[in-house]
Ligand binder design. Structure first.
Ligand code: MRU
Length: 364
């Protein structure tokens, strides 16, 4: 059963309209103020949606890119069009490896086919990737719930902290880090979620909006409150998602994740990372090799919100000339990660741990 519900209505975060040669996505730049869907009808629109973070979250970026290839094949199905489509989409965001994973899969599927067969095959393959994402996230929820139950022991309430948005908004359904939280809530566990704002893009506000749709009790905190909350006691586990997991278990995730991992380590609180196979980069030896996206300075200079009369707008909080750095991700070393939660189960954050779950990746 779907986890994602908005105003009680189950749906997915991306809806193919194959007959109309289009897909619909939730415009995440409008949330939490406005819930609106956006139709993407071309390669260019798909690339723009990913780059501007109208769609965001590593698994959903991958699925959107797959549909972006399908949109491109409807525009032109020769070899050159396929190469351009893959290159255009690959250039949108550098850190989340799901994007490249999905594009490689699309290219492998389509390149050997006659041009005339590519458009239909592309829709089918993109749909398969989307369906697999749903099932993998559901499995992550199941395995993560077992970990959480062990943390809960005989006590009453389970206090979980997360960072960024790794819920259904970041995937096709269920989410990664939030899948175990939803699974716990649905199983009747008394669970409460601590959600950090996640400046500068405030994905934590998306998390708060999303879990509210499901009725999960939660509290929003400033990013800087996490250290205090962890040190005080009362948090049972931190669960975050990932944009890329290197072969040695190092994790790239939204900026601020590393600080939470350090604080969790200092407070002896387990720190878990939940992600599907498409986020694991076996070709990347360690976190040092993961490219960190540097985003526009205006993401820090300008804040978005809604005024008292309900009108959405922007407010400049820094002069245009103020020097700003805006790295969007950081690396949490494997030694700080208590376990990786994947669709195949949980494992230590190490090359041996990963290879035990994915033995087909052992070479030589
Ligand atoms: O920059 P974003 O919002 O696309 O960031 C990616 C993420 O959503 C997070 O880093 C998340 O924790 C991992 S993706 C499920």
């Amino acid at each position: 059963m779907a986890t994602m519900r908005v105003d009680g209505t189950p749906t997915r975060t991306i809806r193919p309209l194959a007959n109309a040669q289009a897909v619909e996505i939730i415009d995440q730049t409008a949330l939490p103020h406005e819930y609106r869907w956006l139709r993407l009808s071309s390669l260019e629109a798909a690339a723009q949606a990913i780059g501007s973070m109208q769609v965001r979250g590593a698994p959903l970026i991958g699925v959107t890119a797959a549909y972006g290839v399908a949109l491109a094949m409807a525009q032109g199905d020769d070899d050159a069009s396929l190469v351009v489509a893959v290159a255009t989409l690959a250039a949108t965001r550098p850190t989340a490896v799901n994007l490249r994973w999905a594009l490689t899969r699309m290219q492998r599927c389509l390149a050997p086919l006659p041009a005339a067969a590519r458009a239909a095959a592309a829709w089918q393959e993109a749909a398969r990737i989307a369906d697999e994402d749903v099932e993998q996230c559901r499995q992550i929820g199941k395995h993560g719930l077992q970990l959480l139950r062990r943390r809960a022991g005989g006590r009453g309430r389970l206090e979980i902290m997360t960072h960024c948005n790794a819920g259904w908004l970041a995937t096709v359904d269920h989410g990664t880090a939030l899948a175990p939280v939803y699974a716990a809530f649905d199983a009747g566990v008394d669970v409460h979620l601590w959600v950090s704002e996640t400046r500068p893009r405030n994905q934590g506000l998306l998390t708060a909006w999303e879990v509210a749709q499901h009725g999960v009790p939660h509290t929003l905190v400033a990013d800087n409150a996490a250290g205090l909350l962890l040190a005080r006691g009362g948090i049972d586990a931190v669960i975050v998602g990932a944009d890329r997991i290197a072969a040695n278990g190092d994790v790239a995730n939204k900026i601020g994740t590393y600080l939470k991992a350090l604080a969790a380590d200092a407070a002896a609180v387990p720190f878990y990372v939940a992600a599907p196979r498409s986020t694991i980069d076996f070709a990347c030896p360690s976190g040092a090799a993961i490219p960190i996206e540097e985003r526009a300075a205006d993401e820090l200079r300008i804040v978005h919100g809604r005024d008292a009369s309900g009108v959405c707008g922007q407010l400049r909080q820094l002069p245009a000339g103020e020097d700003v750095a805006n790295p969007a991700f950081d690396i949490t070393p494997a030694r700080l990660v208590g376990a990786l939660i994947t669709e195949r189960g949980c494992c230590p954050a190490s090359s041996e741990g990963l290879l035990a779950l994915y033995p087909e990746e052992r070479h030589g």
